[in-house]
Design a protein around this ligand. Structure first.
Ligand SMILES: Nc1ncnc2c1ncn2[C@@H]1O[C@H](COP(=O)(O)OP(=O)(O)O)[C@@H](O)[C@H]1O
Ligand SMILES: [Mg+2]
Length: 277
């Protein structure tokens, strides 16, 4: 725990700070006093077994859930009570789940729509999507970066799953985030399609501060410069990837799920989470 305080970056370098966040659902404490500071340009991973409270924390940060206690500050502004879309407008964007939405649109159309919307142009029904040269140029650049150029005219519902996940990240970047929250970008992606996502995530713009929530330890350790381990709704520890990999408490959490002590707390789900790692 003391590592958290010892290693906190200077205040001026903090883009996003969550201070003493608590979220209770009736009698269940999903988040119990979590403090997390995201440094400017961060490559920060949030890990922890299933049920640790990772998704709840992301929902608190993005405004999907209201915290029971605590404060969230983005670039010096208290955003604790802002609606999700107000946080997006201020530059905090999470990866968009496109599974339902945009199914009948192509990656090119989707990105053109999001870019135009973000620039306050809205969708102009009388013009083909992407006919604005500036919007088209930005869409093309994103398609290229996210390796979607060759599938840009296919309906999203027909894309390989890995390509859809890439499109989700591209959509988030189209909103020009200062802080990007990546929620399990390789979850469910077949092994053969993972490398492309790892490489793309590694090449995200340096000025975008990234918080990655992920079970896949290959991705976590190839990406993160800093890691926070969440267990039972609280921060177990925070440190460099080396420190985390060698931390006996972390090892106990990830390796100890089969035994009585930890197994009882999380059941089969916890064991699954660890097995992915
Ligand atoms: N809406 C909810 N109502 C009640 N309990 C919830 C709710 N959302 C999450 N929880 C509980 O909070 C804990 C943390 O869940 P979650 O944030 O989904 O963990 P993770 O994403 O790390 O797997 C779990 O015990 C879960 O059952
Ligand atoms: Mg989750």
């Amino acid at each position: 725990m003391s590592a958290l305080h010892k290693s906190a970056a200077p205040a001026g370098d903090i883009v996003l700070s969550a201070d003493n966040l608590v979220k209770r659902f009736g009698g269940i404490t999903a988040t119990g006093n979590v403090t997390l500071h995201l440094a400017r340009g961060a490559r920060h991973a949030l890990i922890g077994p299933n049920g640790a409270g990772k998704t709840t924390l992301i929902n608190l940060l993005t405004g999907v859930l209201d915290p029971t206690e605590g404060r969230i500050v983005l670039e010096g502004e208290d955003i604790t009570r802002l609606a999700p879309h107000q946080r997006v407008r201020r530059g905090m964007v999470r990866t968009f789940q496109i599974n339902q939405l945009f199914a009948s649109m192509t990656p090119l159309q989707t990105l053109a729509l999001v870019i135009a919307q973000h620039r306050g142009q809205g969708a102009r029904w009388w013009k083909p999507l992407g006919s604005d040269p500036a919007v088209a140029a930005r869409a093309e650049a994103l398609l290229e970066t996210f390796r979607l150029t060759e599938v840009m005219n296919q309906r999203t519902e027909h894309l390989a799953y890995g390509k859809r996940r890439l499109l989700e990240i591209a959509i988030a970047l189209a909103c020009e985030p200062r802080v990007l929250l990546l929620d399990e970008p390789v979850a469910g992606v077949p092994a053969g399609e993972r490398e492309e996502i790892l490489q793309t995530v590694a090449a995200l713009p340096a000025d975008v501060s990234v918080l990655l929530i992920e079970h896949d330890m290959d991705l976590v350790f190839s990406f993160a410069k800093r890691m926070t381990v969440l267990v039972n709704g609280t921060v177990l520890t925070e440190g460099s990837p080396d420190e985390i990999a060698n931390d006996p408490q972390v090892k106990a959490v990830y390796l100890g799920h089969g035994d009585d002590h930890h197994g009882a707390a999380h059941g089969a789900n916890g064991a699954n989470g660890a097995a992915h790692g």
